[in-house]
Every structure is written in C-alpha cells, then in structure tokens.
Design a protein around this ligand. Structure first.
Ligand code: PMP
Ligand code: GLN
Length: 388
C-alpha cells in the first residue's frame, strides 16, 4: 500500500536551519570553543537560582495569570521608573512573554495582515524575516552602513510605501553592536508621523551598553510611544537565556491586541520563574551586567588585536563583536566559519546569515559573554591561525 504524504506549506523563505543551531551543533561536534550563539557560559547569580527553587518548593507551580504575575509586572514598572523615569502601567502596558523572540512574533501577529510590508535593518537577528512572513506579510530589508552600521535614513524613507505597516528596529544591535543616538529616534519619528506604521523596538540588549553610552527606549519618545511595542528579555540581563522569559511594553490599546494573541498562543509563562524574577528584581542585588560585559569586551578586543583578525569598530553594546578575516582567507564567510570551527576549534557566526540575500562581506561575529578562561583559550587558538 502506498502512502501519500499531505503537502507541507512553506511558512517562510529562510532556508534550512537557523545558523545558531548549525554553529552550536558544529561546535559540539568538533569540540570547539563556542563563541557563536549568544549566551553566557558562566553561572547566573546563585540568589536567583535559589529563588527559583524556593518558589517551586513553596507550591507556586500552577498556571500564572495570562498577562503575567502582578508582582513581576509591578517590579518591572518600578524598574522602569527607577532607570528611565518612566511611568508604565503594569496592568495595561506590560505583558510577560516566553522570551523576546515570542514577543516579537506575537507583536507582529497582533498588527499584521496579509500583504502588509515590514521594514527591517540588516544585518538583523535571524528570526525577524521568518516571523514577518509567517504572519503573511512581506519583509523589506534596508542595509545598515558599514563599518559602523549606522542607519541611512534616506534609504528607510525610500522603502516606505502605502503598504508599510511596521518598522522593526534593534538597539543595541545584534550582530553589529551599533547603538542608536537621540537623532536616530527623531528621524524614525519623522518618517512614521501621520502614517499607520507601528514600531517594534527590540531592546533586549538595553543594559549591555558601553563607554558611557546611554540606552534610550522607544517608550521615552513622546511621539513614538503610542504606536510602539518594546520587547525585552531577562535572559540577557540576568544571564539565564535558558529560562526564556521576557516582556512586552506597549500602550494599552496595543497591549490589548498583543494579549488577544498571547492568550491563545502560550496563555501564560512559567510561574516559579516569574516569582524568582520578581523577587530578584526587587532585591536589586544583581551585578550590573553592562559593566561585566564591558570588561569582557575590553579583554577580548585587546587580545584579538594579537591575532590576524581585524576589528574596524569596537562594539558599543550587546555581547557581540564583528571582525574581518581578510588577512587570513578569501573563503565565503559560511565556509570560513566552518573551517575555523573544524581546523582551529573556535565557532563563530558568519555575518551573511543575518542578511536575506546572504550578502557576504567576509565578516564573522564573536560572542564575548564568556568566562575569562574561555576567552583566553579561544584567543590562544585564534593566534595560531595562519595569515594568507
Ligand atoms: N532579539 C535579539 C536581537 C536577540 O539577539 C535575541 C537573542 N536571542 C532575542 C531577540 C531573543 O531573546 P529571547 O532569548 O528572550 O527570545
Ligand atoms: N540571540 C542569540 C544570538 O544572536 C541566539 C538566539 C537563538 O539561538 N535563537 O546569538
């Protein structure tokens, strides 16, 4: 008897498997030092781990309220009042999500209709385009300008059409480490003024910002705030990416639309972890993650200078650094990253993976959110890479 498999529709145009799975898999296979996928290799604060255990042992193990635990939403509102001098209503403007990737997807789902266009700035986190397309919309990439990967605002303006429904932005930016200035926000505001365009502001690296730069959130912009979703991730702040918990801040009408979707996707988020995060946020004992990562960046950059890799612009935020291998090889970046993993035992991400058209400028991305010994061991191996 022959079995005819029902057809499986393509949900998005990205090919194959996400680069993070590919490179972390290759790192494991070749026992390489993994500076590819972005996650810390050092433990989270022991106090936070204890709070997770205590919450579960105390019996907080059933469904949380759909928008998130009130005490966690209140702790986030207090944190924003403290850090940004902003008043955010925890009941009508904050929703806890299973990570920021989910938050971005759900924000798109709550506003997009078939055929809508969404502008994004490339190179970009690789979930954006699939998330846009899975919602029936069309991704419109606009390239950032190397070497500092600033926004060419005229190009963004030129990309706007009557079908543009949203712009997704990311500061500090993955993978470039670029950070927006006040004037970038004003340029965006001028473009979307008097239009039906929403803004998705991916601010997961808000606290990983260096050299005295200050993060400005979209929620601080008086014009943009009312049309924006801002997405955050505790994973980046508390070094627990595996907990996959984040939150969405949006004005009440947009939060309503967001929850309309969220209630039938995840409904709610891990309860004991929400208790732990609320307690930890309130205790405010966490070591500032920005300072920790800045010293890692400084160490990594000073040592990378002793290898054949070249850095044009030191990263201003996030835990990533882009570097060129022009002195080493002419290989395409995907092949180079594979070669470096297999032959020299260091895994990285080829930057072409962050472009829809796989634009290849012979750049790779390092993640430096690692223990000093990991970074030094990687540098030792990178020093041994021969020049052309
Ligand atoms: N946006 C960007 C730019 C990221 O780099 C990440 C990292 N994974 C996320 C969103 C998603 O964060 P989460 O792990 O909370 O889904
Ligand atoms: N955001 C992380 C990075 O850019 C990884 C997230 C993921 O694995 N999907 O490395």
């Amino acid at each position: 008897m022959s079995h005819k498999m029902p057809g499986i529709p393509f949900r998005h145009s990205a090919t194959g498997t996400t680069i993070f799975t590919v490179m972390s898999g290759l790192a494991q296979q070749y026992n390489a030092i993994n500076l590819s996928q972005g996650f810390p290799d050092f433990p989270l604060d022991a106090g936070l781990s204890r709070m997770l255990f205590d919450a579960s042992a105390s019996g907080f193990n059933q469904y949380a309220p759909m928008p998130g635990l009130p005490m966690l939403r209140q702790a986030i509102a207090d944190d924003f009042a403290n850090r940004y001098k902003l008043t955010i209503d925890p009941d009508t403007e904050i929703t806890i999500t299973p990570g920021a990737t989910y938050g971005i997807y759900s924000a798109f789902t709550s506003i997009l209709q078939r055929g809508d266009e969404v502008i994004l700035l490339e190179p970009a986190y690789d979930s954006y385009i699939p998330n846009i397309e899975m919602n029936g919309a069309v991704a419109v990439p606009v390239s950032l300008v190397a070497p500092d990967f600033r926004v060419d605002w005229q190009k963004v303006k030129d990309a706007v059409t009557p079908r543009t429904r949203a712009v997704i932005i990311n500061t500090p930016q993955n993978p470039t480490g670029a950070v927006w200035s006040r004037s970038d926000w004003d340029e965006l505001a001028a473009i979307v003024r008097d239009t039906d365009i929403y803004v998705l502001s991916d601010e997961v690296y808000e606290q990983l910002i260096f050299d005295g730069h200050e993060h400005r959130t979209v929620m601080q912009h008086p014009e943009l705030r009312f049309r924006s979703f801002a997405l955050y991730s505790f994973g980046k702040v508390f070094n627990n990416t595996g907990w996959k918990i984040g939150y969405c801040i949006a004005p009440p009408q947009l939060t309503n639309a967001f929850r309309h979707v969220h209630q039938f996707m995840a409904f709610c988020v891990n309860t004991p972890a929400q208790y732990a995060l609320a307690g930890f946020l309130r205790a405010a004992t966490a070591e500032p993650v920005g300072r920790v990562m800045e010293s890692k960046r400084d160490l990594f950059l000073s040592k990378l200078a002793e290898t054949p890799f070249t850095v044009q612009v030191p990263t201003k935020g996030s835990y990533f650094q882009i570097a060129s291998y022009e002195r080493i090889s002419d290989l395409p970046d995907m092949e180079f990253a594979q070669w470096l993993t297999k032959e020299h035992g260091v895994a990285t991400i080829p930057v072409s993976a962050f472009y829809r058209n796989r634009q290849d400028d012979h750049l790779i991305r390092f993640c430096f959110a690692k223990k000093e010994e990991t970074l030094m061991a990687a540098i030792e191996r990178l020093r041994a890479v021969p020049v052309k």
